[in-house]
Design a protein. Structure first.
Length: 717
């Protein structure tokens, strides 16, 4: 960004006819630039330069040379731009005016910055800063500080950039002699400051400043700047997995891009590639394919092999999601070939492409080729001297993900366990904590709550050494669910509340709705259905715009459980049926089985035992196939209840005993207690009151630990 405001500072009443014409030409050129008529704008500026030269107005000459240099830089015509800007410096030195000299040299530095020539940009801007400080011109000093800060941001030194940019923002916000704030320049400085805060992992502060920069650019009617900061914010949100929020800003970029004459080529390629990635992560595979194909075409047209390779790798993921396996393997082979042939550098991207390809081989049942590809990825990851342990850890994490997707949890845990150790050794404790939550979830599915506890406890201990708020919120929200199942509700409630607060502070909408929904489920489990309904309705309001149908379905199911607890069976049935309808189109057998079992419970409560039993049997078969032992135990106990009412005591006892053994093994106290109630009923029908009382007492004890309202209902008066 350059500064050209000489004519604007002059009082119109004091202008000569020649100066009025210079202003007209300047305004006309600026208007043509805004209308994307670059040649027309250049013509006006050239006329202004020629008039200034005829009038022997060195000030006007320097001014229009700067405008010409800036416009030519925007158009990518760097040679004539550099010539004009060097001429402007020569003229400024003749005037011997410190602010003008600082501005002219600063304009040249901004030109080099736009070209990516950071060493030249730094040299020119440091010289300009010396001149600006001597001149005492706050506005020019602020701009040069901002551009110099941008140099350090590009050099991956956000800490030093932060120092420069803080001073820049203070200066630009200090009233000038006109008392007016230059909104465009303020947007430039504030946006860069936000970028620097993001660079030092102060994301919350960074996002607020970037949002402020967007508003300032909008007020200044600077669509190019608004586009720049919207794109910067979108990229950061994207890299932090806040896909829905990022998409909102990318859509605004699309609106702004229409009015901007020359979009930077790298903006177009990255924009398309990131958009494609977001749509893929959100499950919008057709849109992902469209944007990914466009990104590939643009990259190939620009002979940008690095972006081409990334686009090919992403398309591999998209084709896999669309079950177009031959095409997925084909594009990934192309991506791998670009890296293997030395056409493209980038070890991390190369490893990612190989891991994706290995995963496809595994999906196709080509285990040997899959392992060969995974081993190749690991070997390459270890050759990256900068990554060190991190390279191998990232590869192991991805390999573990591939095994887990294929249902091979044992091999997944083996890879993940090594990855966690490497992450910790490399000082990446936040990644280690996140992975421990992942391993804990798998261990719970394999061996129950008790098997998962050590990983959750280790993740909680690591939190003391982590400053990353997002990771803290993730760990606390995961541990809160387990503590709910264990009956440690005070700690669980505290963790839920803190995790929700963190998500709100980070403006992470997906995490916010997920955690509010889980907190609602906590209130269902602990006998507070009214509060649960309030929380779950809030969660659904937040989750529906996120385009995550499974999340909406799960929260709808949980809301059904809340109404079930209120004995409003009509509403509960409607909600369960809605959740089932959504899940049937998603292919999520595990959740579908849970939803059907819950609907069966509602139908049974209304006396429709035959319909309930059909749902239970369907859910039981699916849960066994998915190895969801908790839903198996839960559903067996419910089947036992119906069989007991039907007088089928032997069948009820068999179902309840299997449920009890399974629930005890899995540490699933709620399921164990439900099974004990059925067994107590069987014993009472058989006339064995002592056994019935003992079984009931044990069930009450477990319900009491869990703070389940059934503890009160079943306690002897």
């Amino acid at each position: 960004m350059t500064v050209q405001n000489w004519l604007a500072r002059l009082n119109r009443r004091s202008l000569s006819p020649a100066q009025l014409e210079l202003r007209r030409l300047s305004d006309a050129g600026d208007a043509a630039r805004r209308d994307r008529q670059a040649e027309l704008a250049l013509g006006y500026y050239q006329q202004g330069l020629e008039l200034a030269q005829r009038q022997v107005s060195l000030q006007g000459e320097e001014y229009f040379l700067g405008l010409i240099g800036e416009l030519q830089t925007e158009r990518g015509r760097y040679e004539p731009a550099e010539t004009a800007l060097n001429e402007a410096i020569t003229v400024a030195e003749k005037i011997n005016d410190a602010p003008r000299r600082a501005r002219a040299v600063g304009n040249l530095g901004a030109h080099y910055l736009a070209r990516g020539l950071t060493a030249k940009a730094q040299s020119a801007l440091e010289r300009a800063l010396e001149l600006a400080r001597l001149s005492g011109d706050r506005r020019i000093t602020s701009l040069i500080l901002a551009n110099l800060g941008s140099v350090y941001l590009r050099a991956d030194n956000p800490s030093y950039a932060l120092r420069l940019l803080k001073e820049s923002v203070v200066l630009v916000q200090t009233p000038s002699n006109t008392g007016a704030l230059d909104m465009g320049q303020a947007a430039h400085a504030v946006g860069l400051l936000g970028q620097a805060h993001v660079g030092v992992n102060e994301t919350e502060r960074g996002y607020k400043l970037l949002t402020q920069a967007i508003q300032l650019a909008k007020q200044a009617d600077k669509p190019a700047q608004e586009l720049s900061w919207s794109n910067t914010l979108a990229e950061s949100l994207f890299k932090n997995n806040k896909f829905s929020e990022a998409l909102r800003y990318y859509e605004r970029c699309d609106e702004l891009a229409v009015s901007i004459a020359d979009l930077p080529p790298d903006y177009v390629r990255n924009h398309l590639l990131y958009r494609a990635t977001i749509h893929e992560r959100l499950g919008q595979h057709d849109l992902a394919l469209s944007y990914g194909t466009q990104a590939l075409t643009v990259a190939r047209t620009a002979v940008d092999r690095a972006t081409e390779a990334r686009a090919l790798a992403l398309l591999g993921e998209v084709y896999k999601s669309l079950d177009r396996m031959p095409e997925a393997i084909g594009v990934l082979h192309e991506a791998v070939a670009l890296y293997a042939g030395g056409t493209v550098n980038g070890l991390e991207d190369q490893v990612n492409a190989l891991l994706l390809l290995g995963g496809l081989f595994q999906t196709n049942g080509e285990s040997e080729r899959a392992m060969q590809t995974f081993d190749e990825a690991l070997t390459i990851a270890q050759t990256d001297p900068q990554a060190g342990d991190l390279g191998r850890a990232r590869a192991l994490r991805r390999i573990g993900n591939a095994f887990n997707e294929q249902g091979d949890a044992a091999h997944a845990l083996e890879r993940w366990t090594e990855a966690i150790t490497l992450f910790e050794r490399a000082g990446q404790t936040a990644l280690a904590a996140r992975m421990l939550c992942e391993t804990a979830q798998v261990r719970r599915q394999m061996g129950g709550i008790n098997a998962a506890l050590p990983d959750y406890e280790r993740a909680t201990m690591i939190l003391s050494s982590i400053k990353d708020a997002a990771t803290r919120g993730l760990v606390l929200s995961n541990v809160a669910i387990v503590y709910t199942d264990l009956g440690e509700i005070e700690t669980a409630a505290s963790f839920y509340q803190e995790a929700i607060q963190i998500a709100r502070q980070l403006d992470d909408r997906r995490a916010t709705t997920l955690r509010i929904g889980n907190y609602g489920w906590f209130h269902v489990a602990t006998g507070q259905p009214a509060q649960a309904i309030k929380l779950l309705e809030e969660a659904l309001t937040l989750s529906r715009p996120l385009n995550d149908p499974l999340l909406v379905a799960v929260q709808t199911n949980n809301l059904g459980q809340a109404y079930q607890a209120e004995r409003d069976y009509t509403t509960a049935e409607s909600l369960f049926r809605s959740a089932i309808a959504a899940a049937e189109g998603l292919g999520t057998r595990r959740w579908l089985a849970i939803f059907r079992s819950n609907l069966g419970r509602t139908l049974a409560a209304q006396g429709h035992d035959a319909d309930a039993l059909a749902l239970y049997n369907d859910a039981l078969g699916a849960s066994r196939a998915e190895n969801d032992q908790e839903n198996v135990a839960r559903t067996l106990a419910r089947i036992g209840e119906i069989q007991l009412r039907a007088g089928q005591t032997s069948e009820a006892d068999t179902a309840a005993r299997e449920a009890e053994v399974m629930a005890r093994k899995w540490g699933y106290r709620k399921g164990q207690a439900d099974a004990l109630v059925v067994r107590a009923g069987v014993a009472r029908v058989a006339g064995d009151a002592d056994t019935a009382d003992k079984l009931s007492a044990e069930a009450v004890r477990l319900y009491t630990i869990l703070h389940d309202p059934l503890a009160v209902e079943l306690s002897p008066v």
